[in-house]
Design a protein around this ligand. Structure first.
Ligand SMILES: [Zn+2]
Ligand SMILES: [Zn+2]
Length: 317
């Protein structure tokens, strides 16, 4: 099958073996897949991953032991859990001790014609969500995770750092809470997408005071935590969304002195993400910078690294 593979170097091939469907799994023909910051970090050595990257996708079930599922348009949760370890027993399946993660850890991903996932990981896409929009369910779910972790209401002063792919989605999701929100970034063009949605923005953090109840680091840079510490008020909360291969240290004394709560935040719930897309509560269409055929995947990665580019999609089939 067609696939983009990373083995110390990113390469396209038309002769990668198709995945075998395991018990309880479905074989999915991928339609679109999104290149995310994590994928770019993988090509810089993040997680030591080798194989087919890609974890944001939409596709069609081509085979499953439950024949009624065939033909269903889906996207899927990316963590594969064992269901029986200490963490799984306590309802933390995304933290399963024996997990693999689609296109990130011990499991081939979505930059290929076919992928397999357990049926329980799959979510049907309603007709009102296009194949292209379906790619955004996974990163949007990661944004919704924040709302599962902390209370954000109208009384909260919130700053989102970073105007990249994830920063924009996080700002859009947090704006649904009615909180007092500002999104800080460096790209005029990207910030204007948020302004069009009625979200206040700031060009960089220089003019901002150290008075935010909650700061969300979506910078995708190692220095993000240090910047967040300059903006969060004493006894405030910092939500860390950034994963980078090269993590620059921040002075954690500031966390102690200001009694800051640090919250790590990763994958989130798919249901509210699908609902928000279906109801057009968030608008992801302006985020698609360009669509490349999977055959041009290497070029697509180079394009995705360029300044000003938001989301690059691969049309797989
Ligand atoms: Zn991602
Ligand atoms: Zn487990």
């Amino acid at each position: 099958m067609k696939a983009l593979i990373y083995d110390g170097r990113l390469e396209y091939t038309s002769r990668y073996p198709a995945p075998e469907m395991g018990e309880g799994e479905a074989l999915i023909k991928v339609r679109y897949a999104g290149i995310c910051a994590t994928d770019i970090e993988i090509t810089r050595g993040y997680m030591g991953f080798k194989g087919v990257p890609g974890h944001e996708f939409s596709g069609v079930i081509e085979d499953a032991s439950l024949k009624g599922l065939i033909g269903e348009r889906v996207t899927g949760e990316i963590n594969l859990s064992c269901g029986s370890c200490y963490y799984c027993d306590r309802g933390m399946r995304t933290h399963c001790a024996n997990r693999s993660v689609l296109g990130i850890f011990k499991r081939d991903g979505a930059f290929a014609e076919y992928l397999t996932l357990p049926v329980e990981n799959l979510h049907a896409l309603p007709d009102s969500i296009s194949d292209e929009e379906g790619v955004f369910v996974e990163p949007l779910a990661a944004a919704f995770e924040i709302l599962d972790q902390i209370d954000i209401g109208r009384d909260k002063n919130v700053c989102v750092l970073g105007d990249g792919r994830l920063g924009i989605l996080v700002a859009e999701v947090l704006s649904l809470t009615g909180c007092v929100l500002i999104a800080a970034g460096h790209s005029r063009e990207k910030l204007s997408i948020l302004e069009a949605r009625g979200i206040k923005t700031a060009p960089g953090t220089e003019g901002l005071k150290k008075e935010y109840d909650i700061v969300v680091d979506c910078t995708g840079r190692g220095e993000g935590l240090r910047e967040a510490l300059k903006l969060v008020r004493p006894r405030g909360t910092i939500v860390l969304k950034t994963t980078v291969a090269d993590r620059t240290g921040a002075d954690l004394n500031a966390v102690v002195i200001d009694e800051i709560t640090l919250i790590g935040s990763r994958c989130g719930p798919f249901k509210p993400a699908i609902r928000a897309l279906a109801e057009k509560a968030v608008d992801v269409e302006p985020l698609v910078s360009r669509v490349f055929p999977v055959e041009e995947g290497v070029e697509a990665f180079e394009f995705a690294k360029r300044k000003g580019v938001i989301k690059v999609l691969l049309k797989v089939s």
